[in-house]
Design a protein around this ligand. Structure first.
Ligand code: GLN
Length: 505
């Protein structure tokens, strides 16, 4: 990357290249951080990926890293590289809004475990990225701070809820980002922006300090522009955390080795019959099939598997998730965090609480709190929440059966490419359909990822290839991702994102 370290070239480098150039003194973390801050300054007025940029703290952190490297210290494999953090993870001293008015002004006094691990790995945090309010949505249009735009076409959605993190990558505002995935919020934004997004095995990364949406589904994970960078980031943030009771006490799967190897020979790849066909865009299906051909050409065996209960996954998710949402969001009571409305001495605490929740939550959040409260109410608990949990078990059994026939399962990541802003925002059911392919892995807790597989011929927009692996076999995702990337980058003559048009300012 020698000729790339100055000028705008630096922002097109991979995280691994940047870290190597910083480590060997070819450039500095301050220079790399500044180049990304300049890009944010130049394009984020259009993209709106960031809710908060902490230039001062980022440059201070970078200067300390440069000083340590100059002093001969050997730092980690991503030391000095900047990152964009989804605004649902606590970062001490920085506002954390979750895209909601109700948390306006709240500044966490502590770091999430993921944040702490980033800082301990000397990764530079540029700021906090936009998201659908409390991570509820598929387009970032539910953010109280305005939507993020897709860098491929700024009239379109960047996916959600982690649209800010994905757009920051695609707009070259950051080479690395963190997302959270409850029903697809890492993978669907990755899919529609031509980036890589990984939802680790549930319990593989810590939820401590991640503001809870649906605790049995939420999982933070790495977002990047290529497979190796995602694996390097995965390695940094994953692993057991005593502060999270659902954290798994097991070694981190060998994700970096898998990303470097990309060997899929002899691997059995199961195409999920139920995740395709009617409702899938022709270009999505075409690129997905090409992905299968690439894997077959590298010695993988392609088989078809059936997961009959996946058809009910969306329905089960939209009962379980709101139930957990209604309970998790009860803590926003105007007393403990952020916004407080109507506290002029004339009202009771209950009235202030009601006024604050009325003013502080957006329509989608209120909708889910109401659905969840209803699904958990005593007369309906068995009919709704109870039945949904039974379906969840059936979906886990489908996965277990399919993983007996195949090492990984695959499907398109999303049925369609990025749709225009405003198209589905008033139609919750149409919006929910975006997560058809991603939700089963959240319900079952297995590892899952989206990798770019090309542009749909009909609209020139990115298509994602989803890979699902058994719990704690996250390394298989990277093996398949690297195998695809190797052939595709050759075919495209460079990374997919090198085909993106310059962003109009
Ligand atoms: N789009 C899904 C939803 O609205 C997933 C959200 C997520 O993964 N955080 O619930």
């Amino acid at each position: 990357m020698a000729e790339e370290t100055n000028g705008t070239g630096v922002i097109h480098s991979t995280a691994a290249e940047l870290a190597a150039a910083i480590a060997n003194g070819e450039t500095t973390s301050v220079a790399v951080t500044q180049a990304h801050l300049d890009q944010i300054e130049a394009v984020d007025g259009t993209i709106n990926a960031f809710l908060y940029v902490d230039a001062e703290r980022a440059l201070e952190q970078a200067a300390i890293i440069d000083h340590r490297i100059a002093g001969g210290e050997q730092l980690g494999p991503l030391a000095g590289v900047p990152l964009a953090l989804k605004d649902i993870l606590a970062y001490r001293g920085a506002p954390t809004t979750c895209g909601s008015k109700i948390l306006e002004g709240w500044i966490p006094p502590y770091d999430a475990t993921v944040t702490k691990r980033l800082l301990d790995a000397d990764i530079v945090i540029l700021g906090k990225t936009n998201l659908d309010e409390f991570a509820m949505g598929s387009s970032t249009e539910n953010s109280a701070y305005g939507p993020t735009r897709n860098p491929w076409d700024t009239s379109r959605i960047p996916g959600g809820s982690g649209g800010g993190s994905a757009a920051a990558l695609a707009a070259f505002e950051a080479p690395l980002a963190i997302g959270t995935d409850t029903g697809g919020s890492i993978r669907q934004p990755a899919s529609v922006t031509g980036t890589v997004g990984v939802k680790p095995t549930y319990g593989g990364t810590s939820r401590y300090g991640v503001v809870a949406m649906a605790s049995s589904l939420d999982q933070p994970g790495p977002c990047a522009r290529n497979v190796l960078d995602a694996a390097l980031l995965h390695q940094v943030i994953a692993g057991h955390d005593p502060y999270d009771s659902t954290s798994i006490d097991a070694p981190v799967p060998p994700v970096v080795e898998a990303a470097r190897s990309g060997d899929v020979s002899g691997m059995k790849i199961g195409v999920v019959k139920e995740l395709g066909g009617e409702g899938y865009a022709p270009g999505v299906e075409q690129r997905f099939r090409e992905g299968l051909e690439i894997l077959a050409a590298q010695g993988a065996e392609i088989v078809e598997v059936s997961c009959p209960h996946f058809t009910y996954a969306l329905g089960a998710y939209y009962l379980i998730m709101p139930s957990e949402v209604s309970s998790n969001l009860a803590k926003f009571d105007a007393m403990r965090f952020g916004l407080r409305v109507g506290d002029d001495g004339s009202r009771s605490a209950e009235q202030v609480m009601a006024l604050t929740r009325e003013a502080g939550f957006g329509a989608e959040v209120k909708r889910r709190i109401m659905i969840g409260t209803y699904a958990l109410s005593s007369g309906y608990y068995d009919a709704y929440y109870g039945s949904a949990q039974k379906v969840r078990t059936l979906i886990s059994r489908d996965f277990a059966g399919a993983f007996e026939q195949a090492d990984v399962l695959v499907s398109p990541s999303t049925p369609v490419t990025a749709f225009p802003l405003g198209e589905k925002v008033d139609d919750p059911l149409a919006m929910y359909m975006n997560d058809l392919c991603t939700i089963p892995s959240n319900l079952a807790g297995n590892a899952s990822a989206s990798f770019p597989v090309g542009l749909a011929p009909e609209d020139g927009l990115p298509v994602g290839f989803q890979v699902m692996a058994p719990p704690l076999a996250d390394d298989r995702l990277y093996r398949v991702g690297a195998a695809l990337e190797r052939t595709l980058v050759d075919r495209w003559g460079g990374p997919l994102l090198s085909q993106i048009k310059e962003i109009a300012r």
